[in-house]
Design a protein around this ligand. Structure first.
Ligand code: PSU
Ligand code: MN
Length: 303
């Protein structure tokens, strides 16, 4: 057992018994949505996982302790503190732990802590990727490197087109990270069901996805997999509306000189402002939808 890690008793019991567990990230709480919708969504998504037969484990750092499974009070702490919580990717974990601070975990850091706790399936909204202009800036999310090496399957609604989706696909291919589409041939782009990119394999069911992951790991092919789950049709957004907002946000980011770890939160917040409440409602619904699929996969894996 890792001396820095606290596993919630419900999570520890489920992992020990080989029962299904689904990890959840916390940057989406502190940096991805406004209070109070962030904490409400985080609690509701946990309930969806329970209702479908798995144990949720929201992952974060509280007072320097790595947590696999949060209380509702801890979710509220992160939700209220919002952007003032340190956004933690792999490189930030030692600082926040050593300084005994709170930290919100990105996809990369959530994968790391989930793997420490023995959790195999993780559900989120969107993953980080290769940013537009990365040919110059080298801005490639550490999420992609983590997917290359850490054995956790990540269910998401694809990646937002704040990123360069074509370069993101190329990077993942080089790193040997499979991109599975759940009943889709094209990579979803978060708010929209489609993009101009394909997935590697169109998977018809959660049990097919579980079989794929099992085969990967039983062959010692380390690393994660991306399971891209399109937003439900009724909540999908108009792609012109989204593209216009994304282009404006990207221009403002350049004009203001925003870079490094601030880039993604800046773009997410600006796109949300520019598209009003619609994008937040869509975001919440796709998070619920991903939690349902992740739970099905975790249940299938546990059989
Ligand atoms: N993309 C989204 N929503 C998010 C994020 C990305 O559509 O909430 C968050 C996730 O936590 C992701 C992180 O892991 O941003 C990536 O940040 P960066 O690009 O700095 O690695
Ligand atoms: Mn970056």
């Amino acid at each position: 057992m890792n001396q820095y890690l606290d596993i919630h008793p419900d999570v520890a019991a489920a992992v020990a018994a080989g029962k299904p567990v689904v990890a959840l990230e916390s940057t989406i709480i502190s940096h991805g949505m406004p209070w109070p919708q962030n904490a409400e969504t985080a609690k509701k998504v946990e309930q969806i996982i329970r209702d479908n037969g798995a144990v949720p484990a929201t992952i974060a750092i509280i007072d320097g302790r790595l947590k696999a499974g949060l209380s509702n009070d801890e979710i509220d702490i992160l939700g209220k503190a919002g952007l003032s919580v340190t956004k933690c990717s792999r490189r930030d974990l030692p600082f926040v732990v050593a300084q005994k601070q709170h930290g919100a975990t990105t996809v990369a850091a959530t994968m790391i802590i989930a793997a420490m706790a023995g959790i195999k399936v993780f559900s989120t909204g969107g993953i980080g990727g290769v940013h537009r202009g990365a040919q110059q800036t080298f801005d490639v999310s550490a999420d992609l490197q983590e997917l290359a090496k850490t054995d956790v399957a990540v269910v998401c609604a694809g990646a937002k087109s704040i990123l360069d989706l074509a370069l993101t696909r190329e990077y993942l291919e080089t790193q040997g990270v499979p991109v599975l589409g759940y009943r889709t041939d094209t990579l979803p782009a978060f708010y929209t069901r489609e993009s101009d990119q394909t997935v590697d394999y169109n998977m018809p069911s959660a049990s097919d996805i579980a079989d794929f992951i099992k085969a990967k790991w039983e062959m010692q092919l380390h690393g994660g997999a991306i399971i891209a789950n399109p937003i439900p049709e009724e909540f999908a957004m108009n792609s012109n509306v989204i593209d216009t907002a994304i282009n404006q946000a990207l221009e403002e980011m350049d004009a203001q000189g925003v870079a490094g770890k601030e880039s993604t939160p800046f773009l997410l917040a600006r796109v949300a402002q520019l598209t009003g409440g619609d994008s937040l409602a869509s975001n919440i619904q796709l998070v619920f939808n991903n939690a349902r699929l992740a739970t099905e996969i975790a249940v299938a894996l546990s059989k």
